[in-house]
Design a protein around this ligand. Sequence first.
Ligand code: FAD
Length: 523
Amino acid sequence: MKRDGMLRQARERVESWDIVIVGGGATGAGVAVDAATRGYATLLLEQHDFGKGTSSRSTKLVHGGVRYLEQGNVSLVMEALKERGLLRQNAPHLVSELPFIVPSYAWWEGPFYGIGLKVYQALSGKYGFGPSKLISKEETLRRLPNVNPEGLTGGVVYYDGQFDDTRLLINLVATAAEQGATLLNYAKVTALHKGGDGVVNGVAWENVETGESFHARAKVVVNATGPFTDSVRHLAEPDAVKMIAPSQGAHLVLDRSFLPGANAIMVPHTSDGRVMFAIPWHGHTLVGTTDTPMTQAPLEPVALDQEIEFMLETASLYLEKKPGRADILSVFAGIRPLAKSGHGSNTAALSRDHTIQIDPSGLLSIAGGKWTTYRNMAQDCVDQAATLADLPEKACLTRTLNIHGYHPNAASFGPLSFYGSDAPAIRQLIDEDASRGLQLDPELPYGAAEVVWAAREEMARTVEDVLARRTRALFLNAKAAIRMAPRVAALLARELGRDAKWQAEQVENFNQTAAGYLVRDQI
Ligand SMILES: Cc1cc2nc3c(=O)[nH]c(=O)nc-3n(C[C@H](O)[C@H](O)[C@H](O)COP(=O)(O)OP(=O)(O)OC[C@H]3O[C@@H](n4cnc5c(N)ncnc54)[C@H](O)[C@@H]3O)c2cc1C
């Protein structure tokens, strides 16, 4: 993954690309992997950094979605459970099995949720994770030392998958690149070109770093811009009826002491009728999420005060040591690109299935779905794109394709386990200069080696790229990330050949973004 090389490939190609993908989130990167492995000439353009949109802001679950079962969407759950199994098989360095406990506070809750979770387990068939079972009050307290003991009668255990969303995304970008795709961050699509027949046959794009404009010809353009789907559709057809209903979901990150141990909590029915989780993630506790209909989709959404209060209140019902605003280390929000249905305002009830829409202009838009189902979505999308563009028919190969970083025993790399097969190369950076192994902040496990690696091998261009998406510093502890920013700017400047002015601007820009990850009274 070298941006200069990618830029050269994108600028120098005169013939038409088979597929041009707009958007570098889970959906776009998945489509790039699928298209490139089928041998199609593939270009992906992302306006900001890979994963800047929704794909860095998930609950970090590789799951079938217990809630969708409750809603009766059995086919969606079965599909997602199968994809959960395939993802663990193809990226074992990133996907791990996590036990979830549903604590029971009424006699009927154990049997009721126990039966539902048995069905959930059965639907996964041969792709199953661990078995679900009822556990006693004592066992629940042993596994969840901070669960609220008052009125507790027992619990139900079930298993789902957990991952790091942006690590998987960067690994998907690397996989697509290894398969021959060209992928660029900081490359914004500004216009869609049409031929005399009115059909989209290319894009205009801007290198956001330099302001230069370029054109790329395409046999088919795939719009994979998530919450921004309609704005890209409107580049081709200003009057196109909107297909996306944006809905915001927020998360809080707390210290590990709120959820000690290796088990997550699942609350099956919050006061607003949703599911909420408390999950151990990178040595912290992740709490979420909410579902708030929005009229707009900002690139950097900010959690609303009422979302923060709701999550604190719900967590406090289930935890003995109760979190308050001062305990929040980071708060982040993401926008779900849900496919619209009618004029209802309840986005929680909207389908999480993916939608593919082909407009009269021939622009193919794919939106909705889940991180977990990105591979299946990509297969569906490339099948349809190939038909639309009359590309030679090629079978999808991603069911058994190892994702970059694949390693059967990545745990042996300790804190670098998430890098999988890249971990030895990062260790090598530390062997060359031991200071690169020192923590940049005492509260987070990251050192200079990860920054150097991100700049050299993962197309990180800014302090935010490193602290928000190559590492997860900003999402884990916003104040610690702010403290790390000047050192990261200096390291990046050295790698990318930037001056002191650039460093100062980077720190300033990062601090502005990071303010959105602090609760108001902490700024
Ligand atoms: C709160 C929340 C929790 C979730 N939790 C889970 C979970 O635990 N498990 C799970 O499986 N799923 C989860 N999801 C769903 C999952 O995160 C999304 O389905 C997925 O990330 C959507 O990816 P995407 O690529 O479609 O959109 P995005 O990630 O938003 O990517 C779209 C990209 O398009 C780019 N773009 C826009 N306009 C242009 C342009 N003109 N030119 C170039 N690029 C452009 C944007 O910058 C953006 O990076 C969650 C979603 C939310 C909101």
